[in-house]
Design a protein around this ligand. Sequence first.
Ligand SMILES: [Fe+2]
Ligand SMILES: [Fe+2]
Length: 157
Amino acid sequence: MTIRKQKTILQSNTIPQVALDFMNNTHFEEIDLVNELGELIEQYQHSNSPGKEQATEITQKMQAWIEHTVAHFKRENELMQETGFPAYRIHSEEHEVTLNRLKSATQAWQQDHDIEVLADYVFTLWPAWFDNHVNTMDMMTAKFAVMNGYREGSIDQ
Ligand SMILES: [Fe+2]
Ligand SMILES: [Fe+2]
């Protein structure tokens, strides 16, 4: 049996780092989660007769990803409101669109079990979005917060 090398989706040490660690940590957690999902997808793709159990594992990982994303975006939206970030609407709308896409991808997977459609989302569409979003919206949000006196732990403790 050949052991396939896992395709890396994104790596924590190559994504852009923003000025607030709690945001970076959330991004690292998400990358770990999506890489685990990627591994499950690859196993499914290369299995001769993928079973119901494998499909369920993927669904559960997608659901965990949705939950993580809800908390991720909620916390960033709160930060923008706490600090009066001027582009709040643009950034929070990007979050909303992205969360809806993730939910649709999960629903489509649950209905059709089309692994190639899911693989395209997880390996191509989402990483491109994530890299760009962190590099633009999140970068500006964190920088603005720090420049306006926000300090990690100063509000939530
Ligand atoms: Fe973020
Ligand atoms: Fe964001």
